[in-house]
Write a protein that binds this ligand. Structure first.
Ligand SMILES: *Cc1c(COP(=O)(O)O)cnc(C)c1O
Length: 396
């Protein structure tokens, strides 16, 4: 197949880096000169800065968001014999993190409007073994902190946030990462705050959790060559931390650019609601940081999701699907015993969702272009997809 010309990419990181390239190069240069590549000064500086900006105490940098979840749960003493509740519609790393910690994942369905975990379904999944819940602040929207804290308080459970898509998101006066006992972040390059490679961090206000996390990422060492427990090698590189620290001051502006773009999408897409194009609902106002802007192509739409995506691709507009297969239907996790039909909302969403281009620097005329292309497809669309010319020739 010919490679289509991309007119509007799904994400463009160059726009973010070019204006601050000199600064970023200087940040790297300083690390080169210091030579403290592992657990260096720039790492502790960034850990403190990111924790403070997120309204909490301690940050522990690790090699990825997945490690932040897996080691973070261990640092919170969640593991063998414990059940952990998480949504079925999340990135697979949430589930993998729970399994790596040795705990039993208990999946639950989501709210079809927000795509966030359904806390009533979570209540029904509690057993005497339940130790924690992982709210995933999906697409950049926080799960309601007030409802979470009520839930955790009522059932005596820990809250461990998956905030990999929600850097500096806010809701009800809380920052993402400051609600539960600890929170995992990812600095994968395309996340709202991204490194020049992989990276992650655990945030917590509990000094015991922070100290244990510090050991777990460093072979379980409490001091050099003295191992009080087993751990692994998972540290955020000093160089990555320096890059991230220099990007951090721009994050509020980047997030507010994302919010403006989302508000424009909301406004321009509104007339297409009657054609079955329904944006995922924002119930948290201006605290949503829109890692992704996701629409549902629902049953009333004359065009199927796949057809819409293909036609947008043909028009040079890249889109994504987050995520096409819910966790419980992934072949790798058959042994958990879930099956088709267990989480109807998550399953339905996986067939309807489409993520539109979203990144700081996406212009308002590009947003208009994306919406116009969608309008074009759904106004002429049909499930069977004959082009008018073909229909004409058959009829003739
Ligand atoms: C990106 C992501 C992760 C994993 O982070 P990595 O840095 O890629 O390991 C976990 N959970 C969610 C919701 C994510 O989006």
């Amino acid at each position: 197949m010919n490679k289509m010309t991309i007119r509007i990419p799904f994400v463009d990181l160059k726009l973010q880096h070019q204006p601050i390239q000199t600064q970023l190069q200087q940040a790297i240069q300083i690390v080169l000169e210091q030579g403290d590549f592992i657990l260096g000064q720039a790492l502790s500086d960034f850990e403190a800065a990111f924790a403070a900006t997120s309204g909490t105490e301690y940050g522990v940098g690790v090699a990825s968001g997945t490690d932040a979840i897996a080691l973070g749960l261990q640092a919170c003493n969640i593991g063998a014999g414990d059940e952990v509740i998480l949504p079925a519609n999340t990135f697979i790393a949430t589930l993998i993190g729970v399994l790596r910690a040795g705990a039993k994942p208990v999946l639950v369905d989501c709210d079809p409007q927000t795509a966030l975990i359904d806390l009533e379904a979570a209540v029904r999944s509690i057993t005497p073994q339940t130790k924690a819940i992982i709210p995933v602040h999906l697409y950049g929207q926080m799960v309601s902190p007030r409802q979470l804290l009520d839930f955790a308080d009522t059932y005596k459970l820990l809250i461990f946030e998956d905030a990999a898509q929600a850097h500096l998101a806010q809701r009800e006066g809380f920052h993402a990462g400051s609600v539960g006992i600890a929170a995992a972040f990812s600095f994968y390059p395309s996340k709202n705050l991204g490194a020049f490679g992989d990276g992650g961090m655990l945030l917590t206000r509990d000094s015991d959790v922070a100290q244990k996390m510090g050991r777990l990422r460093n072979y379980g060492a409490s001091q050099k060559y003295f191992h009080t427990e087993s751990g692994t090698n998972s540290r955020l590189d000093t160089m990555q931390a320096a890059v991230l620290h220099h990007k951090l001051p721009y994050l509020p502006q980047w997030n507010s650019d994302r919010l403006s773009i989302a508000q424009q999408y909301d406004m321009e897409l509104a007339p297409l609601a009657t054609a079955g194009i329904i944006p995922i609902q924002n119930q948290s106002g201006t605290g949503h940081v829109y890692h992704l802007y996701v629409i549902r192509v629902d049953d009333t739409c004359p065009t199927e999701r796949q057809q819409l995506q293909e036609k947008l691709t043909a028009a040079g507009i890249q889109t994504g699907i987050h995520y096409p297969i819910p966790c419980h239907l992934q072949p790798a996790f058959n042994s958990l015993g879930y099956q088709q039909g267990d989480f109807p909302q998550a399953e339905k969403l996986s067939k309807q969702i489409l993520s539109l281009p979203m990144y700081p620097g996406l212009s308002s005329s590009q947003v208009k272009e994306v919406v116009a292309a969608i309008a074009d497809v759904v106004s002429t669309g049909s499930h069977s997809d004959p082009s008018p010319a073909v229909v004409g020739s058959i009829a003739a």
